[in-house]
Design a protein around this ligand. Structure first.
Ligand SMILES: Cc1cc2nc3c(=O)[nH]c(=O)nc-3n(C[C@H](O)[C@H](O)[C@H](O)COP(=O)(O)O)c2cc1C
Length: 314
């Protein structure tokens, strides 16, 4: 079967961001230029327990092909069970293993970034996913290490266990989200393997994306926080433009809102506030706008306010 992701020209992916990259956000970035999207991380234990909330988190947007679901976990039985549950869900094109999450709740269960402390076990997990999955892709998202940077070791272990591609956030667990991203270390990973590598970390503009490609040697990039309040970054990268006009921005913001309401119902109004706060940054009267929408609950009213504030003309 022909593989559906064409890495030969380089691709631009939206990173998984728990609490942000839900279906409505992914729908919007797909419409405006992202090539590949991932679900928020899904715990293999939660999948085993059939939680309704978890299944809602797994839903894919109709324009979202290819779509990769990211799982966390460490226990091989839980991982196998999770994969078997995902096998029954159509439209998922791959399973990605989270090997980077730094939060104590995940790390204390030997998942996320703590997998980088035991590479033989990490390999076993990937092999388990590959053995049981009926999806086209198996992949892993890693950091550079837990405390010490061990890019080559990680690269070899991940490639050796049979993934189709990998994503690298250029920090260690100890580096959290603040240490400078080590793009040279991502370059080392890229040089150590023959599979596609997606470079990730602090890509916040068109110019920065070009610089990261150059230093890492990676044709493919993954963008997380740089897309929050700024989803048009995918449009810029796709069409090679360093500027985006306000009209396009306004259109994207409104489509994002409509998509939230479609997916969450009127609950989407309050859930969209955090996005509106970022979208309105830098605009005149932004704080008055935020104060106003902070107390509004009626879908149409908020929609009108968004149209007004961002000057959307019909
Ligand atoms: C709020 C938040 C949630 C995140 N959730 C996930 C997640 O679910 N899975 C994952 O692999 N990484 C997650 N990450 C890490 C990002 O995918 C990414 O690797 C990291 O933020 C660095 O890239 P960036 O600078 O482009 O954001 C999260 C990061 C943040 C800030």
């Amino acid at each position: 079967m022909n593989k559906m992701i064409d890495f030969s020209q380089g691709i631009i992916a939206l990173a998984p961001l728990a609490g942000y990259t839900d279906l409505p956000f992914r729908n919007v970035v797909k419409k405006f230029g992202a090539d590949l999207t991932f679900s928020e991380m899904i715990s293999s234990n939660a999948l085993q327990h059939n939680s309704k909330k978890t299944f809602k988190m797994l839903e894919k947007s109709s324009n979202e092909t290819p779509y990769i679901v990211q799982i966390t976990g460490s226990d091989l039985v839980a991982i196998r069970d999770a994969v078997e549950i995902l096998n029954d869900i159509e439209g998922i094109d791959g399973i990605d293993l989270n090997c980077g999450c730094p939060v104590p709740k995940v790390v204390s269960q030997n998942s996320g970034s703590s997998l980088l402390l035991d590479l033989p076990h990490l390999s076993k997990i990937i092999e388990t996913i590959k053995k049981h999955s009926n999806k086209q892709y198996t992949s892993a998202k890693v950091r550079l290490g837990y405390v010490d940077k061990i890019p080559e070791e990680i690269a070899k272990a991940v490639e050796g266990s049979g993934v189709d591609f990998m994503s690298v956030h250029g920090r260690t667990r100890a580096g959290a989200y603040k240490a400078p991203v080590d793009y040279e270390a991502i370059a080392k990973i890229k040089q150590s393997v023959n599979i596609p590598v997606l470079a990730n970390g602090d890509i916040t503009s068109y110019e920065k994306a070009m610089e990261v490609k150059k230093i890492t040697g990676c044709d493919s990039l993954m963008i997380g926080r740089g897309a929050i309040g700024n989803p048009w970054i995918f449009y810029q990268l796709k069409y090679g433009e360093s500027m985006v006009n306000d009209e396009l921005k306004a259109k994207i913001i409104l489509e994002h809102y409509d998509s939230m309401i479609e997916f969450y119902g009127s609950r989407g109004v309050s859930m969209f506030r955090k996005h509106l706060h970022v979208y309105s940054k830098g605009y005149e009267e932004a704080s008055a706008f935020r104060n106003k929408i902070n107390t509004m609950v009626i879908v149409e009213q908020v929609r009108d306010e968004i149209e007004d504030f961002f000057n959307i003309h019909h």
